[in-house]
Design a protein around this ligand. Structure first.
Ligand code: ARG
Length: 463
């Protein structure tokens, strides 16, 4: 019979039990539930709400249960209503076996599952956040390492997926490092607001027992306690915030994946994936597919979906706790798990990929991506930029007609367009010059990017 069965005349229907149960999802929070219960009972003893002897036994038994779950000696019963009920029942059973049934039955004094689940959810979510932050740092360091090798590797930068201006592969990779640094900040920020103890809110209106919430907060390492009990049990902002931060992170991973898919295609051939991180086709013998990237791109959909689930689930709920909120965990935990597998696979795939420098260089040489620099050359000789832009536009037009590029036009052809062109135009439009001269903060010049990599590494170390 369920712990709450006393009020009911009928036994619960199996279909109700199956539908109502959340153990399949919340079982992962067993460690947080035990830690929370130990802190709760420690406080109950201090406040003399529970006798010391019983409290000690509860703590010892909970520690045993934790050990037994971790060693595989105790398996979490899939039929239980949820992890809170399972652990309380197991505790009471073990206390009974020790001839002290009453001890186990005292644990839930001055507590409700509503504040208990809010506590466990927050603790688990913060732990997961910290894990993802760790993985993000590793990922960003991998990007910095790769970038370090390619500060001189010229490639075309794109707008509208049309070749635009020359950059380096390092500069491109470091754009993603910036995104990941923001992702880290967003997750850290969500932890700050999550880090308030909801326990003590009770079912919704606290309790008449003289509990010490601040003491429990201290024991569990929270920054403070939730200041309103209704809010304490019904706030799921932390879940929505983290799901949102994880969604934005997946946007970044998905964009990076899309680029790797393009770069590893035969049309681009900018990089080649190691065989160990590519897949083949069941029918086409020549295929080498970037499945990892496609899966990351695809899985971003479920992470966005989880955010939508949480927002929709919460938006019409009256205060305070409603069972709808049981759904929060599946959505949030899935986002964490998905992000984790994506980061864990994408990182080694990227760090081992082969960069085809020559192909990048060739693509950069053929797309008139130095046209802006050519116009700047004239501007620096006194012509207004708009006019220089027009002259170079005509030069591009005639070059295309002649099957030439800016580098292969003769000086005469240049001078027909403007008498200001001199022999040094070739030096001015050399791709290396174009990149080297873009040395303002944020630019692709090798020296600038090297500095950026260094400061990015420092920022990563400081988080
Ligand atoms: N399994 C429940 C959840 O995840 C625990 C809270 C149950 N509270 C209640 N009043 N039924 O939300």
């Amino acid at each position: 019979m369920a712990l709450w069965g006393a009020r009911f005349a009928q036994k619960a229907d199996k279909r109700l039990n199956d539908f109502n149960s959340s153990i399949a999802v919340d079982r992962v929070m067993y460690a947080q539930d035990i830690e929370g219960s130990i802190a709760h009972v420690t406080m109950l003893m201090k406040q003399q709400i529970v006798p010391g002897e019983d409290g000690e036994l509860i703590i010892r038994t909970l520690e045993e249960i934790k050990e037994d779950i971790e060693s595989g000696k105790l398996s979490i019963c899939p039929e239980a209503e949820d992890i809170h009920m399972f652990l309380e029942e197991e505790l009471t059973k073990r206390c009974r076996e020790k001839g002290k049934e009453n001890a186990g039955k005292r644990l839930h004094t001055a507590r409700s599952r509503n504040d208990q689940v809010a506590l466990d959810g927050r603790m688990y979510a913060m732990e997961q956040c910290r894990r993802v932050i760790g993985l993000l740092k590793e990922f960003a360091v991998t990007l910095c390492d790769k970038a370090d090798e390619h500060t001189e590797t010229i490639m075309p930068g794109y707008t509208h997926l049309q070749r635009a201006q020359p950059i380096t592969f390092a500069h491109h990779l470091m754009a993603y490092t910036e995104m990941l640094l923001r992702d880290i900040e967003r997750l850290e920020d969500s932890i700050k607001r999550c880090n308030r103890l909801p326990l003590g809110s009770g079912a919704l209106a606290t309790t008449t027992y003289p509990i010490d919430r601040e003491y429990v907060a201290e024991l569990l390492g929270f920054d403070g306690v939730c200041q309103n009990s209704l809010d304490g049990v019904s706030d799921r902002d932390f879940a929505m915030e983290m799901a949102a931060a994880l969604s934005i992170l997946m946007v970044h991973l998905s964009r990076l994946s899309e680029e790797v898919i393009l770069w590893s295609s035969w049309e681009f051939k900018f990089i080649e994936l190691q065989d160990a991180f590519a897949t083949g086709s069941s029918i086409m013998p020549q295929k080498k597919n970037p499945d990892v990237c496609e899966l990351v791109r695809g899985k971003s959909g479920r992470v966005f979906g989880n955010l939508q689930t949480l927002l929709t689930m919460m938006k019409g709920l009256p205060l305070s706790y409603n069972k709808d909120m049981q759904e929060d965990k599946e959505a949030l935990f899935d986002s964490f798990a998905t992000v984790e597998t994506c980061l864990n696979t994408l990182r080694p795939m990227l760090s081992t990929c082969i960069v085809k420098k020559e192909n990048m260089r060739q693509a950069a040489a053929r797309g008139f991506i130095n046209a802006t620099d050519c116009a700047d050359y004239l501007t620096k000789r006194g012509i207004p930029f708009r006019e220089a832009y027009g002259i170079v536009g005509r030069l591009v037009h005639t070059s295309i007609e002649k099957g030439k590029v800016l580098e292969t036009l003769t000086l005469e052809e240049y001078q027909e367009a403007s008498s200001l062109f001199e022999e040094d135009i070739y030096q001015a439009i050399a791709l290396e010059t174009c990149v080297k001269n873009r040395k303002v903060t944020g630019g692709p010049a090798p020296e600038t990017v090297k500095k950026h990599i260094k400061t990015a590494r420092e920022r990563l170390g400081s988080h």
